[in-house]
Design a protein around this ligand. Sequence first.
Ligand code: AMP
Ligand code: MG
Length: 544
Amino acid sequence: MTDTKNPQGEPLGQLTFDNRLLAHLPADPNPENYPHQVERAAYSRVHPKHAPAPKLVAYAKEVAELLDLTPDECRSETFTQVFTGNQLLPGMDPHATCYGGHQFGHWAGQLGDGRAINLGDVKNKCGEHWTLQLKGAGPTPYSRTADGLAVLRSSVREFLCSEAMHHLGVPTTRALSLTLTGEQVQRDMFYDGNPQWEPGAVVCRVAPSFTRFGHFEIFTARGDTELLRQMVDFTVRNDFPELGEPGRDTYIAMLEEVCRRTARMIAHWMRVGFVHGVMNTDNMSILGLTIDYGPYGWLEGYDPDWTPNTTDAQGRRYRFGNQPQVALWNLAQLANALYPLVDEVEPLKAALDVYRTEYQSCSQRDAAAKLGLPEFRPDTDADLISDLQQVLQLTETDMTIFYRSLADFDARLEDTEDDRSDLELIDPVRPAYYQEPTQGQQQRIAQWLRRYRERLIQEKVLTGLDQESRQERMNRVNPKYVLRNYMAQQAIDAAEQGDFTEVHRLLELLRHPYDEQPEHHAYFARRPEWARQRAGCSMLSCSS
Ligand code: AMP
Ligand code: MG
């Protein structure tokens, strides 16, 4: 399609588009771009807003590769113009999709892509489809009272975190590029009547699809079973083709598969200490991808009750330890949304059980793997693991440093006796403590380490597990480097001054989160004290 407002772009490499949603689902008959309810349609065609002075901040080469884009192409002016929304390539057909959602436990009606615009689906050389989506490229019919824009701080956070998560092995949407629009955007970061002007930015997100639970909920809430069926059939065909032709059985199988994938995603979050912060059903991907990086955060001190989201500080619905439960609640909303097509409760309930079983097995396997154990043995490991949860909460204990350092604990597998003192035993994990543990705490920690040692001796007898292979196994699941909240904030502070080196450095560091990177050892450290109460470091709002 040729854009009348924007000049026709130079082709970027071999990018070819196959825009499936547009081809198969009905469009909003109202072509005007102002906030409105979009009935009996799945999307609205809309143009990105013109950016006065686009500038590339960073791009992710691995994501460019998925799209068959070369580094030279990514550094071209065309790339910057296209991925800030100023220029359309042949085959692009920009649109925003309609969805609803449960926010903080309550049905919120139509939400939709209020500041996301899909440019189209790239079909790459391998035949894979990748949807390109600009976040922050201007208002759409779903923007309600907001401006459709995004600021640099939240865009840096989304860009870096989605790539960091991918390299950690966590399913996630990807980020191709981060650009500045050259426009200033006003935000009241803490909703306290102090709006500030901030640099506007756009992230180009990339995923096989951006379909959310809310894409189904909206049609069911409106009683539009016909469009619900079209949406589900479309999703089965394009996102779950392995399930076969759409029909009642495949709808149930699809729900089971969403349950399975969601369980795996949540288990990964719990493994690496990620808190999403806004697990509303409109922020849940049907593909089990982490989506919509807003006021997310990383556990520093291990605390299941922690949430970075100040908007959720009261109820703490989306606190770290509640994420597995909330995911199930969200899946139940999806099951409700599919009910009109299945017309029977039992198979939907059975599908939700798939979540429970899958989550349990993933989380047990991960908990064992974090200790270097090849498998979870219920008779010994359930207690060992739950006791460790207590030990981690005796005093503020950095989750990432604790697990990573635990690999250095010498279990003295050859010795029958271990006469080390408490202090000697805990020495390897001491860097994880924000304050020196008291004597009583040292005793508890050492006591747990002695039990851990016994378990490792048992494992040596059973499977021959030695110190070196345990260490190697642990270092594959316990990251050395994560995007600590203050690290992202430092990169943002510099970027707001026009210095992007820290964004680039973190992008590089987080490409190899499990590797020792001696030149970056400074990032393997507890959160500095100045960051404890600083906005952006431990407290974030939904304002972005
Ligand atoms: P979120 O809480 O970020 O997942 O957003 C919830 C809903 O608000 C979604 O429909 C978003 O598209 C919409 N939204 C969030 N921020 C903006 C914005 N600046 N402009 C327009 N819509 C927005
Ligand atoms: Mg959202």
